[in-house]
Design a protein around this ligand. Structure first.
Ligand code: EPZ
Length: 418
């Protein structure tokens, strides 16, 4: 099993080109099922999760070719609407397949999704939306059986602005004659990207990014090519790493407006952030002040996917920080590992009180989920001595060559095999 060996104490200086957004690529890959002509996607990031989604598409019959970081997908040969648990259970985004499969085949059989263990991650909002569209759903033996012979447009109100449910229901309505509306929709930039991609193929969707999305069904989609947005969570992770280690890092390939909440939180407390021509410069003396109170929220609030990384920063801030995790009910799995490194963190329910310490100490730690593992890497970069981080298969789900990028910035980090 591979692990990362990190020696703390180095500043980070240089430039990073941010890879395409995992959470944009995943629904876009799923939505290719709605199309029968060739699609080319650029800036293809080698995340484990995107590789798994390509395996799911191939298992349905799609032909996929990767050349120079571009994916050519031929969905014409897709001839199945059934996804087995061995594949579906690998990623949360397998649930995104329901909508496109229903759109194309009016039938779907999908095993329950997998994904990071950060809570129960129910799919009730997805399923209640499909039922309102007239889809017959049966859940048995770990599979979701859908029959959409009576599917019809509807006005849907999500009880929570779920990212995945918004995307699933958008995709289920693209080829559905008539007008479907989604109220209390999620507003994440990745949803705007999905709308942009589908409209570039001939769909008729408007309102993504607002709480109200309207989908006018169309006959069919044509092929095309598209470049998804940069990954705001990967970018935010590098911003926080620089604030912790000290240094001067320029981030390219991500839209600064997608990171407004984290920029507002970090600027002038943990580091100095300047934006120029869509590039983000982060400068820090490596002595961050306390961030005060951190509350995660749905977009455009502070992303839950940066909570663990912000906690690593809070561990070495001058002062105390209160962190409230409002989106997922079990997203503090990194805390015991940070405490092994000398952090002072007390948890009650969804609230963590972090008291900044002078130093963290290198230790053997294990990541349990994607962003929590990233937070342990960040802690290792500032800890005294050596840290080994196990469980890096979680990291590889959403970061591409993370250790190589950190090394290129001056971090003393390498991947070693046991
Ligand atoms: C997406 O997950 C992202 N994953 C997550 O990123 C991200 O943390 C999350 O959105 C929130 O921004 C992908 O896009 C592949 P939700 P998703 O549905 O769609 C509850 C990462 O690190 N809920 O918005 O699963 C749910 O339990 C990953 O890149 C229901 O109750 O998130 C959670 O408490 C982690 N019923 C809240 O809503 C449902 O049917 C938000 O979940 C669906 C969700």
């Amino acid at each position: 099993m591979s692990k990362l060996l990190i020696r703390g104490g180095h500043k980070l200086c240089g430039e990073i080109n941010i890879t395409a957004a995992k959470n944009s690529y995943l629904p876009i890959l799923a939505s290719c099922v709605l199309c029968e002509d060739e699609i080319v996607l650029h800036n293809y990031p080698c995340y484990l999760d995107t590789k798994n989604m390509c395996e799911i598409l191939s298992s349905l019959g799609a032909k996929i070719k990767e050349t120079d970081h571009s994916l050519t997908i031929d969905p014409a040969s897709i001839n199945s609407f059934s996804i087995e648990s061995a594949l579906a259970g690998q990623v949360r985004s397998s649930i995104f397949m329901l909508g496109p499969l229903l759109g194309r085949f009016k039938k779907a059989k999908v095993a329950y999704p997998g994904g990071c263990e950060i809570g129960a991650r129910p799919i009730d909002i997805h399923l209640s939306g499909f039922r309102k569209l007239g889809v017959d759903i049966e859940e048995r033996h770990g599979y979701i059986y859908c029959d959409a012979k009576n599917i019809h447009p509807a006005t849907l109100l999500l009880e929570f602005p779920s990212v995945g449910a918004t995307e699933s229901l958008m995709m289920a309505s693209v080829l559905l004659k008539g007008e479907t509306k989604i109220y209390n929709a999620a507003r994440e930039p990745e949803i705007v990207d999905l709308q942009k991609f589908l409209n570039s193929l001939g769909a008729n969707i408007r309102g993504a990014g607002s709480g109200e999305i309207v989908i006018e069904g169309v006959e069919k989609l044509s092929g095309g090519e598209f470049t998804p947005i940069g990954d705001r969570i990967v970018a935010g992770t590098f911003m926080i790493a620089t604030a912790m280690c000290g240094g001067n890092v320029l981030l390219k390939g991500v839209k600064p407006e997608h990171l407004q909440a984290i920029i507002d939180k970090l600027d002038k407390t943990a580091c100095t952030i300047t934006i120029k021509n869509d590039k983000i410069k982060v400068q820090s003396d490596g002595h961050p002040l306390s961030l005060g109170k951190i509350e995660t929220a749905v977009y455009p609030g502070l992303p839950t996917d940066l909570q663990a990384q912000l906690m690593a920063l809070s561990c070495v801030c001058d002062g105390s920080t209160m962190i409230v995790e409002n989106v997922f009910e079990s997203r503090f799995k990194h805390v015991p590992e940070l405490i092994k490194m000398g952090a002072s963190v007390h948890i009650k329910d969804r609230v963590a009180l972090v008291k900044g310490v002078k130093h963290l100490y290198g230790a053997p730690v294990t990541g349990m989920e994607l962003r929590g593992t990233a937070s342990l890497v960040l802690a290792g970069l500032v800890a005294e001595g050596y840290t080994t981080v196990e469980g890096i298969k979680h990291l590889d789900r959403g970061y591409n060559n993370f250790e190589n990028d950190l090394q290129s910035l001056g971090g003393d980090i390498k991947r070693i095999d046991d």
